[in-house]
Write a protein that binds this ligand. Sequence first.
Ligand SMILES: NC(=O)c1ccc[n+]([C@@H]2O[C@H](COP(=O)([O-])OP(=O)(O)OC[C@H]3O[C@@H](n4cnc5c(N)ncnc54)[C@H](O)[C@@H]3O)[C@@H](O)[C@H]2O)c1
Length: 254
Amino acid sequence: MSVKKGAEIAPAKGKLGVLLVGLGAVSTTFIAGVEAIKEGLAEPIGSLTQMGAIRLGKRTDNRVPRIKKFVPLAGLNDLVFGAWDIFPDSAYEAAMHAGVLEKDLLTKLKKPLQKVKPMKAVFDQTYVKRLSGTNVKQGKNKFELAKQLIDEIAEFKRKNKCDRLVMIWAASTEIFMKPHTVHRNLQTFEQAMRENHKAIAPSMIYAYAALQAGVPFANGAPNLTVDIPALMDLANKKGVAVCGKDFKTGQTLM
Ligand SMILES: NC(=O)c1ccc[n+]([C@@H]2O[C@H](COP(=O)([O-])OP(=O)(O)OC[C@H]3O[C@@H](n4cnc5c(N)ncnc54)[C@H](O)[C@@H]3O)[C@@H](O)[C@H]2O)c1
C-alpha cells in the first residue's frame, strides 16, 4: 500500500462503489457473500473487515480492537457493485457457473445478483491465451480504451450516487511481463498507449483509468500492472492508494 506520510484518511461516508474487473469466482463470491450477510442469510466468518482484529501496543497491553473500529471502513450496506467482464452474464449467472457457493443460497440472492451486469471489458487475447469472449470494447487504441473506462467510472459514480469508488482487479491472470522502457514515466506510457504498444497490458489500462479518475486500485492477481514507475508516479500525483499482489498483500507483502 502506498499512502503519503501524514496523509489524512478520509472518513467512510456515503456509498462506496466497488468496481470489479472480472466477474468470475472471486468477484461473484465476494458480492454474494456481502448480499447474503445483508439479507441475514450468512455470518461474515473469515471477513477481515467485519471480524478481523488488530493488536495495538504490546501483547500484554490487551488492546485488540476490531479493525473496523480502529480505521474508518464502509459498512456492508454502503457497498454498491459494478463490474467488467468479457462475458455478458450477470453476477447471478456467473456465480452459478463458478460453482463456489451452494445453488440454494444463490437462488435466494438472485435479485441483487442479477442487478450486477458487466460492462464491456478491455481485453486482448495476447495477454490471456485461452480465453475469448464477446463483451469486449472496441477502440482506436489503448488510450481511447482508457478514456472509455474513465467515462464509465464517472457514469457509474453518478448513477449509483457513490461518494467514493475503489477498483479491484479480479480478472484472469495475465501473461508474465517484464518492465519495459515505455513504463518509465507517464508521458512514455501514454504515448505507448496511443501506439498500441504491446508492453501495455489490459490490467494497466484499467489501473491507469482508475488512477486518472482518482480511484484507488487493488491488484488481486500476480500481474505486473501498477508495479511500474509510470503508474506509481500517477498514483502519487493523484494522491491515490494502490495495493495488492495476488490477494495476498496482507499475508506476505506488507
Ligand atoms: N480463486 C482464488 O482463490 C484466487 C486467489 C488469489 C488470487 N486469485 C486471482 O484472482 C483472479 C480471479 O480469480 P477467479 O478464481 O475469480 O478466476 P475466474 O476465471 O473465475 O474469473 C476471472 C474472470 O475475469 C474475466 N476476465 C478475464 N480478462 C478480463 C479482462 N481483461 N477484463 C474483464 N474481465 C476479464 C473472465 O472472463 C472471468 O470471468 C485471478 O487472477 C486469480 O489468479 C484467485
